[in-house]
Design a protein around this ligand. Structure first.
Ligand code: PDD
Length: 287
């Protein structure tokens, strides 16, 4: 089946969808994105992603290209047309295509933003076998820019990080700045130490994960202690458990860091419980 995608107000077969070569995201990575998961045909935490999108755009002097309700309708229409049961919706908003290359931002009155959405079907996304075995991560220097709280499409370094992990026989990389873990290449990083969930505090150093916010809320509701502070790779290697969160992996156990097993090298019980709570509670509120 040919995917139907959304480009600037139109629903088109993916083979007919086009964006200008002068698009600011193509030339300058001048755009932001969101990834929202779909489970059982419903969107997980749509509201959180819409709020973050608006914030990312605002930080870059861009406006929401449509109302939140209209955006939800585009998401739903794509889920329907592409018959997505489980999967992801990718959304990208760029500063548009001013018709030439120029470092200065174009006038938003004359250059419309480019809005693209497409679906990725991933049957059984919530039942990934990897959640039962866990992933192995390596540590790498965090060489990204200083505004990681804005979800821009500058993903070259995260992409290189995943390649470095693959070459090292691992599944992903945790990035380290000034000796402390910032986050994973496309996820937030956590350890469990003395029974407490530890994850880096929010700042411009990391993306404010929508899954992170939900998981920490559910954890507190379940009387689990949370400590928002940074930690080192050495501390993580000695932790009781470790895991990552993101819209595409939910809560995923980490069982090895730089070749050192975490605990007995198997996914931890509290991580498994958090994954269960996250999926149960998020599904209840899915739209
Ligand atoms: N990545 N940190 C980074 C650097 C990310 O790219 C992501 C998400 C997260 C987790 O955020 P959330 O819980 O809102 O998905 C943290 C998406 C999934 C991606 O690039 O595919």
């Amino acid at each position: 089946m040919t995917r139907t995608v959304y480009v600037n107000g139109e629903y088109l077969p993916e083979t007919e969808a086009k964006v200008s070569i002068f698009d600011r995201a193509f030339l300058m990575a001048d755009g932001v994105y969101e990834v929202t998961s779909v489970l059982g045909g419903k969107l997980i935490d749509f509201e959180g992603h819409a709020v973050r999108l608006e914030r990312s755009l605002g930080e870059l002097d861009m406006k929401m290209p449509m109302s939140r309700e209209a955006l939800l309708e585009v998401h739903r229409e794509l889920v329907r047309t592409n018959e997505i049961t489980d999967g992801l919706i990718y959304l990208q908003v760029t500063r548009g295509a001013p018709g030439d290359r120029d470092f200065l931002f174009p006038d938003p009155e004359t250059t419309e933003p480019t809005v693209v959405l497409f679906t990725q079907s991933k049957p059984g996304l919530a039942n990934s076998p990897v959640a039962k075995t866990g992933i192995r991560v390596i540590s790498i220097d965090d060489l990204r820019w200083g505004r990681r709280d804005i979800k821009t499409v500058q993903l070259l370094y995260p992409s290189m990080g995943k390649m470095m992990a693959q070459k090292a026989g691992a599944d992903d990389a945790w990035m380290v700045m000034d000796g402390k873990v910032t986050e994973g290449t496309s996820n937030n990083a956590y350890i469990i130490k003395d029974g407490k969930i530890v994850t880096r505090e929010l700042s411009t150093d990391i993306l404010h994960g929508i899954t992170r916010a939900a998981v920490l809320r559910f954890a507190r509701e379940a009387q689990m202690e949370v400590e928002e502070r940074s930690f080192t790779i050495e501390e993580a290697q000695q932790a009781e458990e470790a895991f990552i969160t993101s819209a595409s992996s939910f809560v995923m156990p980490v069982v090895q860091i730089d070749g050192t097993k975490i605990g007995d090298g198997k996914p931890g019980a509290r991580t498994a419980r958090l994954r269960e709570i996250y999926l149960d509670e998020s599904l209840k509120k899915a739209v």
